[in-house]
Design a protein around this ligand. Structure first.
Ligand SMILES: [Zn+2]
Length: 438
């Protein structure tokens, strides 16, 4: 059934700033060990807004204080396949001393809203709430049914959030055919033009512990069997390796677009990615595996050779590369260093084509006629990995039109995380358009 009624007039962005500020002021810091405040307060705030707007949200908690919210929103075409909109409610810690403003005060300075979560990802949560309220008030449903999910624990691997929900309440999402969430939809400057990057895939991760063992003893004697020296060789062999660029389908689409915008004859992926300016550091990790040593542990006194030394590697691999990647790590570590996989998660990549991709592009262009759009493979992981277990492909699309000189990707988990106030309204208007087109 399709209604022929046309879209009434309303402002989908009217409450986006207020909701973003309210959510930032609710400290939902996730330290990764349940010692933080949890997401309950923010979840209650969201659930209340959803109820007030006429939905029937469920507040679901698998662990005390680690609350998730799920609600269904009817579509004008009730038989259409539901779209999942998902935003996490937790944030990473913020060291207040490093910031120029208090990180949970939601202060506005020079037309930027500052605060932990303003880009990751209470901005998206606020856009969804604002669009929902405006549309419900105007009596204008989305085209297709929407499942709204606000999750806990994304910043620590979603074990108390999206993954837990998929394990325990898969029925809430089972009929969704696609999902839209974070880390995409923002603009970056390429040769003076605005290129919006939409996440169409995510690298996989393997967090590795290296363990070297040797002969313990007095630091003054000969020790050819030294665990620290052995470990250091392995860490250097892994950490200094320069991974070659191997762009997959999404990144090839992006590189083609950059070539066109920059009018560049170059085919070298890294030279093209450099055209993205500050975003190149993140985007450049989307064309290659990475292996960064991040922690070391060994020894307790300068004149004692310890019997064991450990190091940790944050490994991220491209889709399809997992087995070769782990094999490579073992080879590089050498026969005498144990390689222990402590945590891993899959790599994903969807094709950036079809109705939803078209709807995202059209919604962007409708608000920013100068918009150019390309997909990209994201270097980190999100709740998309959990929905993937239900066969739901997810796109990163939190639309933000940004000033060309802003080093936006550095703001994720960064000091002075902030979002232009007008970009929040821009994002809400695009999300609103998406709900009619998707
Ligand atoms: Zn995030």
């Amino acid at each position: 059934m399709t209604t022929s009624r046309s879209r009434p007039s309303y402002d989908p962005a009217v409450t986006v700033l207020e909701h973003c500020r309210s959510l930032v002021r609710m400290d939902t810091t996730n330290y990764g060990d349940d010692s933080g405040p949890g997401e309950r307060k923010a979840a209650e705030y969201v659930a209340e807004r959803l109820s007030d707007a006429g939905l029937e949200p469920q507040l679901i908690e698998g662990y005390p204080g680690r609350a998730n919210v799920v609600a269904r929103w009817d579509g004008r075409e009730p038989d259409a396949e539901p779209l999942l909109l998902h935003g996490h409610l937790d944030v990473v810690p913020a060291q207040a001393d490093d910031w120029s403003v208090p990180p949970f005060a939601a202060e506005i300075v020079d037309d930027y809203l500052y605060g932990r979560g303003t880009v990751d990802m209470k901005d998206f949560d606020a856009m969804v709430l604002s669009v929902l309220e405006a549309r419900q008030q105007a009596g204008w449903l989305p085209r297709r049914p929407i499942v709204l999910a606000f999750t806990a624990d994304e910043e620590a691997g979603s074990r108390r959030g999206a993954h837990w929900m998929v394990d325990n309440h898969p029925d809430l999402f089972a009929d969704c055919t696609e999902a839209v969430g974070e880390v995409g939809g923002f603009s970056t400057d390429v040769a003076g033009r605005r290129l919006y990057l939409i996440e169409s895939g995510e690298k996989g991760m393997t967090w590795i512990r290296l363990i070297a063992r040797g002969h313990a003893g007095h630091g003054s004697m000969r020790h050819p069997d030294n665990a620290i020296a052995r470990l250091a060789e392995a860490v250097a062999a892994i950490g200094t390796y320069e991974w070659p660029a191997q762009p997959g389908p999404s990144m090839r689409q992006l590189l083609e677009k950059v070539r066109e915008l920059a009018d560049s004859p170059d085919a070298d992926p890294d030279k093209l990615i450099a055209e993205l300016g500050p975003a190149a550091r993140m985007v450049g990790a989307g064309v290659r595996n990475t292996t960064n040593p991040t922690m070391l542990r060994a020894g307790y006194k300068v004149n004692v050779v310890p019997g064991e030394a450990q190091a940790w590697i944050d490994g991220r691999f491209l889709p399809g590369e997992r087995d070769d990647f782990v094999e490579w790590l073992r080879e590089r570590a050498g026969p005498d260093v144990e390689v222990d996989i402590e945590l891993e998660d899959v790599a994903l990549e969807g094709t950036f084509a079809g109705d939803l991709a078209d709807a995202m592009v059209a919604s962007l262009v409708a608000e920013d006629p100068d918009a150019h759009v390309a997909p990209y493979l994201m270097s980190g992981g999100t709740d998309a990995k959990a929905w993937h277990r239900l066969g739901i492909p997810s796109y990163g699309f939190t639309p933000l039109r940004l000033p060309p000189d802003l080093d936006f990707t550095a703001l994720f988990h960064g000091v002075d995380e902030r979002v232009p106030v007008d970009a929040l309204a821009f994002g809400a208007r695009i999300m609103d358009r998406l709900l009619d087109r998707a």
